[in-house]
Design a protein around this ligand. Structure first.
Ligand code: HEC
Length: 119
């Protein structure tokens, strides 16, 4: 059996707590990367975080999907399918399909979706 002296035990416990406290939560999004991707795709032409433009403010989107288990999947589909959306002037257009570098990087899109949902 491994003997841990009473002297090192507090140090081990402290280190354990520190690691736990610093570990990012499972869904924490990288905000800077999310905003960079949104900027590169001109998403902010039609969206802002708090106010509505041609598209809904992203806080409103987060509220709409709060507590819905399929939220991430729905928004992943929304950003990759080019489904029809209605602009403020009533015209219908295909929603922007997000582009990543390298192409079709699901992790980057997911990070942006998770950030939007966290607002
Ligand atoms: C030409 C304007 C325009 C651009 C550019 C645009 N959007 Fe949108 N977006 C809209 C409109 C309009 C809606 C509202 C769709 C609806 O509710 O019918 C929308 C809806 C959304 C939603 C909510 C979807 C839902 O299911 O409620 C998200 C999230 C979103 N856009 C993200 C993005 C991202 C990310 C980008 C950049 C890749 C982007 N949009 C670029 C106009 C735009």
């Amino acid at each position: 059996m491994i003997q841990i002296s009473r002297a090192v035990l507090p140090a081990i416990i402290t280190a354990g707590i520190a690691i736990f406290a610093l570990a990012p939560t499972a869904h924490a999004a990288d905000m800077d990367a999310a905003k960079t991707l949104a900027r590169a795709n001109n998403c902010f032409k039609c969206h802002a975080v708090t106010r509505d433009k041609d598209g809904p403010g992203w806080k409103k989107v987060a509220d709409k999907y709060r507590g819905k288990p399929d939220a991430e999947a729905k928004l992943m589909h929304h950003l990759t399918s080019g489904e029809m959306v209605k602009l403020a002037d009533g015209s219908q257009v295909h929603h922007a399909i997000i582009k990543t570098d390298p192409a079709n990087n699901t992790a980057q899109i997911k990070n942006l979706v998770d950030w939007i949902l966290s607002l």
